[in-house]
Each structure stands twice: as structure tokens, then as C-alpha cells.
Design a protein around this ligand. Structure first.
Ligand code: NAP
Length: 320
């Protein structure tokens, strides 16, 4: 028989949003349970150098930062559980969560921080050079390409915005798109077409990435013309894949209101979903900023909102 545990607050996800929610909730004596999820530590565990998280004068490593956040959450009293939430019943309180291990959680409040995953092309070489010349975040990694040449893959708003942002650093940005027109907004397209550092290659896909092994670094992009099938290798230092993100919200489909693309909808200026007592923080609800520091900020907001909700309902002492 599965074990059932009743908690005042369950946090799902262990990225910056989840860990920050846990730190604030634990310090508010909510005795939070944090269920770590599929990719413990979130997207920062698959990046390398982090230079834009405040508080560190030196470059730090993404996995190290997440270890520190989790250690801090644990230190202040969070119970961290290595498990994956497989289904959720949010129709009544306490909310009921089932996990992969068979454990069942009853939660008076819930903070969902399950994040989003960048979509990748699925090339073996793309995986090999991830964090070493291949990135899905220009805001995070653009700075490392000062005076270098980069390729951006994609034709949506993200690809065009990332290409424009990368012109602040790179000497040349080549945008490759599999079709002959972008789906990005017109105004962004116009800015892109006018930019002297940007070249657009239509009907082109990334067939492969070349590079060296010791240390791992990208040296070229093998481009394939989708009309003729011809391939060509161009010398580049970095490749930014910007073909969209997928928020991890499958468990909450038809249970919580969502924005297009599956991101959880929250009331503006808060982390409240459409169900009282259920909050969403970080990339699972944010399709605009997608930064570790904004996710952490939202995690803090969610914990404070959960605390107020429990205090107002006078439930803080009810659960065991
Ligand atoms: P998106 O609009 O879904 O665009 C993805 C792009 O990647 C498309 O051009 C698509 O090509 C291409 N693509 C997808 N899979 C591919 C593959 N396997 N190989 C090659 N190319 C592939 O994604 P997004 O740009 O990340 O935007 C997501 C949402 O956020 C959109 O609603 C967007 O408007 C919004 N957003 C808004 C802003 C803003 O308002 N400033 C900024 C960023 C994002 P096809 O065109 O051929 O399908």
C-alpha cells in the first residue's frame, strides 16, 4: 500500500524557483516538501558558466549554483524528496499528488516549479557540444561570443530576438531557417533584415556541428539546403538553437488554466493559478524572461503567497 503524507506545502521542481520557494517557506515554518522531479536542479544543471546570477564576482558553474541552492533549502528545514509527480488531483483540498515511487502526498498548498525545456534539434553533435559552444539561451551565453561568429537556428520571435541580442557581442550572426519566411512579428523581422551584422539563410537546416574535443569547442556548422539537399560547412564559434520551449505541464493539463504553448496562467503580478492555493513560479509560467534570477524571484513570491493563504485560512497548524 502506498504511503500517504499530509503537508502544508508541497513544491514540485528543484530549479531556482523551487529552491527559492523552499527557502522562504521553510523559514516561514511551513515545513515544505520539495519533490525534485525529472531533471533535479533544472536547466542550470545542463549549462556551464554562469555570469549573470547576482552575488558572484567570479564566473560560477550552473550545477554548482544549483547544489548551493538545494543545500540552502535543506539547511533551513526543507524535506527534499527524490521523486517525480505523475498525477495530481486539484479538484479539492488537500490537493492529492501521486508520485513515481507510489508515495501519495496531500498538500494544503502547492507551488509548481516544473520549469520548461528548450527544444533541441536532436543531433548527436548538438548534445555533445551543449554548454561548449551550443546553447539555447543567448541572454545567458551571448557574452562569451565577443568578436566571434555565431549561427542562430529558428524563425520565431525567440530566434529573431536572440539574433538581434547576439549582435551586441558577435562579429557576425547567421540566422538559418528551414523555410523561406519567418513566423516572427514583422517589426522584429524588419529590425533583423536591416542589421548589418546579420545574414539570413532561408531554406536551410543544421545538419551537423563540427568541433574539437580537448577542450570541447565548436568550429563549424554543416548547413543543408532543404530545397536542393546540398550541404556546406561554415566556420562558426557558437550555435544558438532557438526553436521553442516546452513547459513541463502535462500533469496539469485540463486541471489548470494554461496560456498558448502550455505555460501555466497566473493572475498578473502574482503567482496564483486559477485554483486558490495552487501557485506557479519560474519557467513553467514564464515564456518571456526565462532567467534563473527571475525564476528565483517568482519562487519567493509564491512562498509568500502560500504563507498568506494558509494564515488567512488558519490552516497552518491543521496538517500533520
Ligand atoms: P515558435 O514561435 O514556436 O517558433 C519556433 C521556430 O523554430 C519556428 O520558426 C519553427 O519553424 C522553428 N523550428 C521548430 N522546430 C524546428 C526544427 N526541428 N528544425 C528547425 N526549425 C525548427 O517558438 P518561439 O520563437 O520560442 O516563440 C514561442 C512563443 O513565445 C511564441 O508565441 C512567441 O510569439 C512568444 N515569444 C514572444 C516574444 C515577444 O513577444 N517579444 C519573444 C519570444 C517569444 P517553422 O516556422 O518552419 O515552424
Amino acid at each position: 500500500m502506498s504511503k500517504v503524507t499530509h503537508a502544508k506545502l508541497v513544491i514540485i521542481g528543484s530549479g531556482p524557483a523551487g529552491c527559492t520557494a523552499a527557502i522562504y517557506a521553510a523559514r516561514a515554518m511551513l515545513e515544505p516538501i520539495l519533490i525534485r522531479g525529472v531533471q533535479a536542479g533544472g536547466q542550470l544543471t545542463i549549462t556551464t558558466d554562469v555570469e549573470n546570477y547576482p552575488g558572484f564576482a567570479e564566473v560560477i558553474q550552473g550545477p554548482w549554483l544549483m547544489e548551493q541552492m538545494e543545500a540552502q533549502a535543506r539547511h533551513v528545514g526543507t524535506e527534499i524528496v527524490n521523486d517525480i509527480v505523475t498525477s495530481a488531483d486539484l479538484s479539492q483540498r488537500p490537493f492529492r499528488l501521486m508520485t513515481d515511487s507510489g508515495q501519495e502526498w496531500l498538500a494544503e498548498t502547492l507551488i509548481i516549479c516544473t520549469g520548461a525545456q528548450a527544444k533541441w534539434l536532436g543531433l548527436e553533435s548538438e548534445q555533445k557540444f551543449q554548454g561548449f559552444g551550443v546553447s539555447a539561451c543567448a541572454t545567458c551565453d551571448g557574452f562569451f561570443y565577443r568578436g566571434k561568429e555565431v549561427v542562430v537556428v529558428g524563425g520565431g520571435n525567440t530566434a529573431v530576438e536572440e539574433a538581434l541580442f547576439l549582435t551586441n557581442f558577435a562579429s557576425k550572426v547567421t540566422v538559418i531557417h528551414r523555410r523561406s519566411e519567418f513566423r516572427a512579428e514583422r517589426i522584429l523581422q524588419e529590425r533583423l533584415f536591416k542589421h548589418p551584422k546579420i545574414e539570413v539563410r532561408w531554406n536551410t537546416e543544421l545538419a551537423d556541428i563540427t568541433g574539437s574535443q580537448m577542450p570541447p569547442s565548436v568550429t563549424g556548422a554543416v548547413l543543408r539546403n532543404t530545397a536542393t539537399g546540398e550541404t556546406e560547412t561554415v566556420a562558426v564559434d557558437g550555435i544558438f538553437v532557438a526553436i521553442g520551449h516546452t513547459p513541463a505541464t502535462a500533469v496539469f493539463r485540463e486541471k489548470l488554466d494554461m496560456k498558448p504553448g502550455g505555460y501555466l496562467k497566473v493572475k498578473p503580478g502574482t503567482t496564483q493559478t486559477n485554483i486558490p492555493g495552487v501557485y506557479a513560479a519560474g519557467d513553467v509560467t514564464d515564456d518571456v524572461f526565462r532567467q534563473a534570477v527571475t525564476a528565483a524571484g517568482m519562487g519567493c513570491m509564491a512562498a509568500l503567497e502560500a504563507e498568506r493563504f494558509l494564515a488567512e485560512e488558519n490552516l497552518a497548524e491543521a496538517a500533520e
